[in-house]
Design a protein around this ligand. Structure first.
Ligand code: ADP
Ligand code: MG
Length: 370
C-alpha cells in the first residue's frame, strides 16, 4: 500500500490551475447559508495553494438534486460567501446537477478536468463514494489530499492502527445493524466497548432482559449474543446500561433498571449508567465516540448524552467523535472545541474505521505523482 500524496507532493504549483474537491454541502434555509463552517474549514487548503501562486478552482455537491439542475441547490450562495472569504477562487456548479458525477462517468471526469493541471481532494465526507469528482481526476492528474482530509486520515487510521491503550469505543445511536461492520472492526482494536442509545436494547434483549416497547432489532439479537460471547472470550468488556430513562406504559417519565416493564419505552441511559460510562472514559487514553446515548433532541432525554459529552471534554484521553448526530449533540452542548477531533464525515469516518481504506484514498494512492 503506497502512501497517499500530500500537498507537498504536488511539487511547484505556481501558475497551475488546481481543482480542489471541497465539501461545501452547507446547511441552507430559504436560499441562505445557515452555517458557513464548511466553507471556512476549506480555507487552510485553499490558502496553502493560492499563497504558492496556484489558481484554485473548487467544486462540491450540495444536497441531493439527483442528476438534474435545480435552482434550489444552486451553488450561488456558497460562491458569494467563498468570494468574501477567498477572493479570486472559482467554484463550479453543483456536481450533482450532472448524472455523471454519481455515475462516475468518464465523460464527466473529462469535462471536470478540462484546463486543470492538478487535483486536490479535501472532501472527506465524500471519500467513501466512488463518484466522478472523487476517483476520476487522480487517474490522470498529479493529486494530493488537502489538509482537512490529511487530518482525518491521520486521526482515524491512527485509531485503527496504533491507539494508546486503554482504548474505549462509545457507541450509541439508533441501529446496531447500521454499524455492525464498524462494531466488529472496533472490537478487534479496543479494550472495551460502551454501548448506549437505542442499540443497547438489542444487547439487553440478547441477555434475556424484557425491554418493553423500546426500539430494538429482533433480527440482530443473535448477532449481539455472538458479540458478547466473542468479547468475553477475547478478554474485552462490553459495558451495557444498568439503568434506563424513558416513559412508562402511561407515557410518564420514568427511570428503570435493565428489565423494562411491559409497554415502557427507553429513551436514554440512566444517571447511574451515565456516571459509570464517564468513569470508563476518564480512565481511557483513547476514546472514539459515535452515536448519541439517547434521544437527545428531546430535552427530557438528553442527560445521558450530555454526561458522556462532558466526560469526553474532561478526560485526558485522545478523544475522537464521529457521526452527524453525535457531532450535532456535542455542538448543542458547546463542547465541540473540547475534544481532540470531530470528524466531518459521518459515513466516511465509520467506513474508514471499518475497512482501513476508502475509494477516494485508494484513487489518490494510484495518482501519477504518488
Ligand atoms: P450518528 O449520526 O452520530 O452516527 P445515529 O444516526 O446512529 O448517530 O443515531 C442518532 C439518533 O439515534 C438520534 O436521532 C437519537 O434520537 C436516536 N436515539 C438514540 N437513542 C435512542 C433511543 N433510546 N430511542 C430512540 N432513538 C434513539
Ligand atoms: Mg445519524
Amino acid at each position: 500500500m503506497s502512501r497517499i500524496p500530500t500537498l507537498a507532493d504536488l511539487g511547484d504549483v505556481r501558475g497551475k490551475r488546481v481543482l480542489v474537491r471541497t465539501d461545501f454541502n452547507v446547511p441552507m434555509e430559504n436560499g441562505e447559508i445557515t452555517d458557513d463552517f464548511r466553507i471556512r474549514a476549506a480555507l487552510p487548503t485553499i490558502n496553502w495553494l493560492t499563497e504558492r501562486g496556484a489558481q484554485v478552482v473548487t467544486c462540491s455537491h450540495l444536497g441531493r438534486p439527483k442528476g438534474q439542475p435545480n435552482p434550489k441547490y444552486s451553488m450561488d450562495p456558497v460562491r458569494a460567501r467563498l468570494g468574501e472569504l477567498a477572493p479570486g477562487v472559482e467554484l463550479l456548479e453543483n456536481l450533482r446537477f450532472d448524472p455523471g458525477e454519481e455515475g462516475n462517468d468518464p465523460a464527466f471526469v473529462a469535462k471536470l478536468i478540462e484546463g486543470i493541471d492538478m487535483y486536490v481532494d479535501d472532501a472527506f465526507g465524500a471519500c467513501h463514494r466512488a463518484h466522478a469528482s472523487i476517483v476520476g481526476p487522480p487517474l490522470t492528474l498529479p493529486s494530493a489530499m488537502g489538509l482537512l482530509l490529511q487530518k482525518e486520515v491521520e486521526v482515524l487510521l491512527g485509531l485503527r492502527n496504533d491507539p494508546k491503550h486503554p482504548f474505549v469505543a462509545v457507541l450509541g445511536g439508533s441501529k446496531i445493524s447500521d454499524k455492525l461492520g464498524v462494531v466488529e472492526a472496533l472490537l478487534r482494536v479496543v479494550d472495551s466497548l460502551v454501548v448506549g442509545g437505542a442499540m443497547c436494547f438489542t444487547f439487553l434483549a440478547a441477555l434475556g432482559n424484557p425491554i418493553g416497547d423500546s426500539l430494538f432489532e429482533p433480527d440482530q439479537v443473535d448477532t449481539c449474543k455472538r458479540l458478547l460471547e466473542q468479547s468475553k472470550a477475547s478478554g474485552k468488556t462490553i459495558h451495557l446500561p444498568e439503568d434506563i430513562v424513558g416513559v412508562d406504559a402511561q407515557g410518564n417519565f420514568a427511570t428503570f433498571g435493565t428489565r423494562l416493564p411491559e409497554g415502557a419505552k427507553g429513551f436514554d441511559i440512566g444517571p447511574g449508567t451515565a456516571a459509570a460510562f464517564s468513569d470508563v472514559i476518564m480512565d481511557a487514553r483513547t476514546v472514539f465516540w459515535n452515536g448519541p446515548m439517547g434521544m437527545f433532541e428531546d430535552p427530557r432525554f438528553e442527560a445521558g448524552t450530555r454526561t458522556v459529552a462532558q466526560a469526553m471534554a474532561d478526560t485526558k484521553a485522545f478523544t475522537v467523535v464521529g457521526g452527524g448526530d453525535s457531532a450535532a449533540a456535542l455542538a448543542q452542548f458547546r463542547l465541540d472545541d473540547e475534544v481532540s477531533h470531530v470528524s466531518t464525515g459521518g459515513g466516511a469516518s465509520l467506513e474508514l474505521l471499518e475497512l482501513g481504506d476508502l475509494p477516494g484514498l485508494d484513487a489518490l494512492r494510484k495518482a501519477p505523482n504518488a
